[in-house]
Ligand binder design. Structure first.
Ligand code: NCD
Ligand code: ZN
Length: 338
């Protein structure tokens, strides 16, 4: 198969940042029709009014159809969340355990404090997107997702059975099992977690552009993710988690977490699906399962992927005084998007 025509994909987990970085990266997601935009700005996007203002800045920067989220804090007002959703300003709410990842200091420490919001969301049918990692310093970083599922997600799922949950950027077999074992639960998978494992990041030298959170796991987990992404399981869909940081913040003594994959995400995914003999299932993963989970129609227009000469990708993209380095899987890519 050398040509593949798909319904236009969406990105169900994207970081667009703000100001000059927003202006640089917003056009880089042009292959995607819609994107769930993460609210972890500094300060975070907490209220409906802030989400509407951020939506306008994103559209002015060149991305037409952002699906906005609110950053859940212990002070979030349930009425504001319900009103923002009813007005069509937001699509979902994002839960970050405090301290789990980039700009998550205002996240949730005491889950009892957000019960009223979760109950209101459950009643109003508002999806909750979850960064699923505990933050305890005594839990090994490679175990933080599995521990979160045991300690936090399992009781939360039980307490709010009708709440629609998206477990974001799943990285482990435990997370896959959780999604497959619970109703009203879907999951995004990133490009880098399908293409790489912790050896790619750490063996033979430490590669900062592979460092993201949740951290890459061992190859057996990667294999499980590749299996559920490519076998047609509708509970799993693309969320690139493309997370641009300035190159100087990645190539640093304390490297920022995040892989920048938006520009070539679809070429990477076609490579993965081809390796798995599953090119016929790519459309489900990138264009169909996500809209179905969120109760939206898939896009009507199409994109075409063509297999050809190795892509010549820039190492970095630059503009507006910003420089961001592209995620490099370490081998050539042959699928071109037109
Ligand atoms: C994201 C970021 O940089 O905002 N980083 C990451 O490693 N994935 C935050 C996140 O999604 O955890
Ligand atoms: Zn993210």
């Amino acid at each position: 198969m050398d040509t593949l025509t798909l319904r236009r994909p969406d990105d169900w987990h994207l970081h667009l940042r703000d100001d000059d970085m927003l202006r640089l990266v917003a056009p880089q997601s042009a292959h995607f029709a819609r994107a769930i935009v993460m609210p972890n700005l500094v300060p975070p996007v907490v209220t409906g009014a802030e989400a509407a203002a951020y939506r306008d800045r994103i559209q002015a920067a060149g991305f037409a159809r952002p699906l906005m989220t609110l950053y859940l804090t212990e002070a979030t007002d349930p009425a504001d969340v319900v009103a923002a959703h009813a007005a069509g300003v937001i699509t979902a709410v994002k839960l970050y355990p405090a301290g789990a990842t980039t700009n998550s200091a205002s996240g949730v420490r005491d889950f009892d404090k957000v019960r009223p919001v979760l109950t209101a969301m459950e009643e109003a049918g508002i999806p909750l997107c979850i960064h699923g990692e505990v933050t305890d310093r005594d839990i090994d970083i490679f175990d933080r997702e599995a521990t979160f599922i045991d300690r936090t997600l399992t009781p939360l799922r039980r307490a709010h059975p009708a709440l629609k949950i998206t477990l974001e950027h799943v990285t482990t077999a435990e997370a896959v099992d959780f999604v497959q074992g619970n109703d009203n639960t879907g999951a995004t998978i990133t490009v880098q977690h399908l293409m790489a494992n912790r050896n790619d990041m750490l063996a033979g030298g430490m590669r900062p552009h592979f460092y993201c959170l949740p951290i890459l796991k061992r190859d057996t987990h990667q294999a499980r993710l590749r299996q559920v992404a490519t076998n047609g399981d509708t509970r799993f869909f693309l969320g690139t988690d493309s997370a641009p940081h300035p190159t100087h913040a990645k190539e640093a003594t304390c490297c920022a977490a995040g892989c920048f994959t938006a520009p070539h995400a679809l070429s990477c995914l076609a490579h993965v699906f081809e390796e798995e003999g599953a090119l016929d299932r790519l459309e489900g993963f990138v264009s169909l399962h996500g809209p179905a989970h969120y109760g939206l129609a898939p896009n009507e227009d199409r994109i075409t992927l063509t297999r050809g000469a190795a892509l010549s990708l820039p190492d970095r993209i630059e503009g507006h005084g910003q420089t961001v380095t592209l995620f490099d899987p370490g081998h050539p890519l042959h699928w071109h998007v037109t």
